[in-house]
Structure formats: structure tokens, C-alpha cells
Write a protein that binds this ligand. Structure first.
Ligand code: GDP
Length: 486
């Protein structure tokens, strides 16, 4: 109903330029069709080819998904350990473990990989995914059935099923003898976690991709946005360029297509938005994530150098008005403008201090600044359902702001900026408790950074600088060894 809308008279493109289709039950997942009401309509339009491929993927998910005959057959092959007969259904099963930002990046990466390799995407059903996100595909489920035959929780980098391990032991791989090419296992475990090694990273090589194409089931564990490296695999280049003529919109479109918070979360997001953010002339999001290594007990501070960094960034870049040097009331100019600042942090200290400064002194131009922070959880507890629901709500609230200041290294901020379609100002990590100079920099694009990117040139068979291969994949602003699409 229209009373939920911040501006009920505007027509919203609820299908997001064709990313979404009609026909889902609105009540069971309100966020799907309400997203557009709370987000500025994107200046970036999905390509007709992307839309066509999404529809094709939806058909594949339905044809081969849980509950179908084809799924039963495929699961049977896993149980028996043999490829009995080849069907059109190949699967990518993503296991889940990390924090919320990481999860959103990894699910999106896995989805794009599944799409370009014609696989059905299934996700872990035990990591409360269903409490966080709605089903993205019509008339089927992306949750792996509870009778899934493999004990995937026990797979590690060094288990015999692990691709890197198989390659290392020359069991399989892109470089094995061609006469062995027929002996493909029914499944392979792909370990793409932050701690992965040389052989695991061969996943990003064309020959290895060719081998993996023939494996019916891939079980993947990752916590990363590995899409930049897919753009460096020659076999996928054409397809990816057709899907994304504007390359820096990959996460933006796919996250808006795929990720829809469940009703409880969406209710708290929209209620908070309407209560505190909707009426302001401008909304500034400040995502404060602190990775100080010194002193576990005071992990999130209070750190005055970080408070200083936030304020310097916001005022230098004119994202927030300058605080006047005089006491409040002596400001001569007054205007009716209000800026709402939405801060997210595990600690409440920073937002309290920012509000205090604006309250005590007012602003040079008379604008009123109000600071809001939905929660302060103090510690990261990624196994706690309520905690994760709050985190997701805050990522979506950040994505509803007009301007974003984010903390470098943090996937929490990446997810928000991509959903928003906003290129953020990134605050760099400080060293020795000193505010960096400059305190922040405008990002090159709104894409997430791939933190543990490979640096191996598969063709030349030696290490190389993969940030210099093509103009649209560069090293990240905040993680010098990472890769991002620009
Ligand atoms: P990253 O570690 O910064 O890359 O982001 P992740 O989202 O992957 O993991 C951090 C986790 O810590 C989040 O998912 C939350 O559980 C928690 N967390 C970190 N910052 C915040 C915050 O500002 N608000 C809330 N509610 N939780 C946070």
C-alpha cells in the first residue's frame, strides 16, 4: 500500500529496469517490489542481454532445482560417486560461513559464475540464509535440500575432494594428460577462502575452468568477491562484456536482482527510514568499521584519531557542513535545511561525539545536522541470527543514503555502496593511531574490492601484476594487492 512510501505520488520502477519479473507473491517478500521506493532510481540501466540471461537462468533453476526429477538424478550421482548419465543440469553449491557483507559478495560472485557456466546455484540451508534473504528465483528454491548426500561441512583445503589438492597431486586438472580427460569426478570441492594457496587459485585459469566445466557438481567455499578475476579469464571475456557493457555495474545490478531482505528485516529498515531519514534534505551514510590490531579489549575504540578522520573527511569533501567555531546561538545565518547522518558501527561513541559537536556549535551555514545510529552491537557475532539481521538492516539503510563515507577494507560498506549505486569516499586505514592524510578519497567505482586476488599469469606461468592487464580491472584504493572493476 502507498502509505509505506516515502513519496507516495511518484511512480516507481519496481522491476528495476527489467531485472525483476512480476509474479512473485508480494506479501511474503515485501522488499522485492518495494526496493525501488526507497532507492533513487539507478542511472545505470541493465543491458537487454543481462535481462535475457537472468530469465534463462531462472528457467534453469526451475528445471533442475530441488524437487525435480533431474535434481533427484543428479543427487543420486553424488550418492553413488559416479557419473551415471549426463543431464543438462550442472550445479554450483555454495557453503556459507562469513560475516554479512562477505556473504553478500560471495553469493553474488557465485551467482554470476553459475550463470556464465550454466550451472544451477544452490546455497547452504543451515546458515539462516532463509531468515535473511527471500528466494530469488520463481517457482523453485535455492536452498539445498536437507537430504543432500555429501558431508560438505567436513571439506577442507586439503581434503581429497579439494580441487587445489587434486591438481597438486596431479589427479585432475587443466594440465593433466588429455587421455585422462574423460575421467571426471562427479563433484569437486573448490576452496576459495582467504587462506587459499597456489593450487586453489588455479581456479582462475582458463585450462582449469575448461576442466571444471565437465564436472556436474561444484561445492564452493568462499568469502570473497572474485568477479574481477573472472573478467581476466579469456574464455569469459566476451560473455561478461555483453552482460555488462558498463563493467562497473556488476555488483550493483546483481545484488539488486538477487538479494531481498525478509519481511522482518525490511519492516525495521523502512520504519527506521521513515522515522528518521525520509524528511531530511540530504542523507549522508557513514560506515565506521575499525580494524585496529592493538588491544582486543578496546577493539572499536574510542579512538579520537578515527573520529577526527570522519569529521575531516566529511568537511574537507563538503559532505557535511563545517562546524562553527563559536557557541551555538551565535551563528548569524539560519536556514531550514536538515541533513540526516546515518552512522553504522559496532560502537556508539563516534556518532555520539559527532552529534555533540554539531549540537554544541551549530554549523557555519546554519544547516541542522542530525545523527542517527540504529544499533551498537559492540562485538561481531556472525553466528547469531538477531545480530545478523541487524547488520543486514543497516547495510540496506546505508544503501538508502545519497552520499556515502565508508571504511576501507570492509565488505559491509562495499555491499551498501553497490546496492545504493553510489561511489563512496573511502576512509583509509590508519597506522599508529594517526589520522591518515588525506583522511579519505573518492573511490574509482562503486564495485567491491576482491581482497585475496591471485597474482599469477596462467599463460606465462609466472607471477604478474594483474592490475595492469586490462584497463577495467585495477588495484583497489583501500587494498593495494586487491583487484576491482572500474
Ligand atoms: P567486514 O568484516 O567489515 O568485511 O564485513 P562483514 O559484514 O563481512 O563482517 C562484519 C560483521 O560484523 C557484520 O556482518 C556484522 O555482523 C558486524 N558488524 C560490523 N560492523 C557493523 C555495524 O556497523 N553494524 C552492525 N549491526 N553490525 C556490524
Amino acid at each position: 500500500s502507498d502509505d509505506l512510501s516515502p513519496s507516495p505520488h511518484i511512480e516507481y520502477d519496481k522491476l528495476l529496469g527489467g531485472l525483476l519479473i512480476e509474479g512473485f507473491d508480494e506479501k511474503s517478500c515485501r522488499s522485492r517490489y518495494q526496493f525501488a521506493r526507497y532507492h533513487k532510481s539507478s542511472a545505470r540501466i541493465p543491458s537487454p542481454y543481462l535481462i535475457q540471461r537472468l530469465r534463462k537462468q531462472e528457467a534453469l533453476q526451475k528445471k533442475c532445482g530441488p524437487g525435480t526429477k533431474l535434481y533427484k538424478k543428479a543427487a543420486e550421482q553424488l550418492r553413488s560417486g559416479q557419473i551415471i548419465n549426463v543431464t543438462d543440469c550442472k550445479y554450483l553449491f555454495l557453503t556459507i560461513h562469513a560475516g554479512l557483507g562477505n556473504r553478500m559478495l560471495e553469493i553474488t560472485s557465485a551467482f554470476l559464475y553459475a550463470l556464465i557456466t550454466n550451472r544451477v546455484l544452490l546455497v547452504d540451508r543451515y546458515k539462516e540464509i532463509a531468515d535473511l534473504f527471500c528466494e530469488p528465483f520463481p517457482d523453485t528454491s535455492w536452498l539445498v535440500p536437507s537430504d543432500f548426500p555429501l558431508n560438505y561441512g567436513e571439506f577442507t583445503q586439503s581434503s581429497p575432494e579439494s580441487y587445489g589438492n587434486m591438481v597438486q597431486n596431479k589427479v585432475v586438472g587443466g594440465n593433466t594428460d588429455r587421455s585422462l580427460a574423460g575421467t571426471r569426478p562427479p563433484y569437486v570441492y573448490v576452496h576459495l577462502d582467504g587462506n587459499y594457496g597456489f593450487h586453489d587459485k588455479l581456479f582462475y585459469c582458463e585450462d582449469d575452468q575448461q576442466f571444471l566445466q565437465g564436472v556436474p557438481w561444484l561445492i564452493m567455499r568462499t568469502d570473497m568477491y572474485f568477479i574481477p578475476s573472472l573478467f581476466l579469464i579469456p574464455a569469459y571475456e566476451d560473455e561478461l562484456s555483453r552482460l555488462f557493457p558498463e563493467k562497473d555495474t556488476v555488483f550493483h545490478h546483481l545484488a539488486r536482482y538477487l538479494l531481498h531482505p525478509t519481511n522482518n528485516i525490511w519492516y525495521s529498515v523502512t520504519k527506521y527510514y521513515r522515522s528518521y531519514l525520509a524528511k531530511a534534505e540530504k542523507r549522508v551514510g557513514v560506515q565506521i568499521r575499525i580494524f585496529e590490531t592493538k588491544g582486543i579489549l578496546q577493539r572499536n575504540g574510542p579512538f579520537p584519531h578515527i573520529l577526527n578522520q570522519i569529521l575531516s573527511c566529511a568537511q574537507n569533501e563538503k559532505l557535511l557542513p563545517e562546524i562553527s567555531m563559536t557557541e551555538e546561538g551565535t551563528t548569524s545565518t539560519k536556514n531550514n535545511r536538515t541533513i540526516a547522518v546515518l552512522t553504522t558501527s559496532l560502537s556508539s561513541w563516534y556518532s555520539d561525539r559527532i552529534q555533540e559537536k554539531y549540537n554544541n556549535h551549530g554549523t557555519v551555514d546554519g544547516t541542522t545536522v542530525k545523527v542517527y545510529q540504529p544499533s551498537h552491537e559492540e562485538y561481531q557475532r556472525s553466528r547469531n541470527k538477531k545480530h545478523n539481521m541487524k547488520a543486514l538492516a543497516e547495510i540496506y539503510l546505508l544503501s538508502m543514503t545519497d552520499v556515502l563515507i565508508t571504511s576501507g577494507f570492509s565488505t559491509f560498506g562495499y555491499a551498501a555502496q553497490g546496492l545504493a549505486g553510489v561511489t563512496p569516499w573511502i576512509m583509509f586505514r590508519s597506522e599508529n593511531h594517526v589520522t591518515p592524510d588525506p583522511p579519505c578519497r573518492r573511490a574509482m567505482s562503486m564495485e567491491p574490492c576482491f581482497h585475496q586476488a591471485p597474482y599469477y599469469d596462467c599463460k606465462a606461468k609466472r607471477d604478474a601484476d594483474l592490475g595492469k592487464v586490462v584497463p577495467y580491472v585495477r588495484h583497489c584504493e583501500d587494498v593495494s594487492w586487491g583487484l576491482k572493476i572500474v
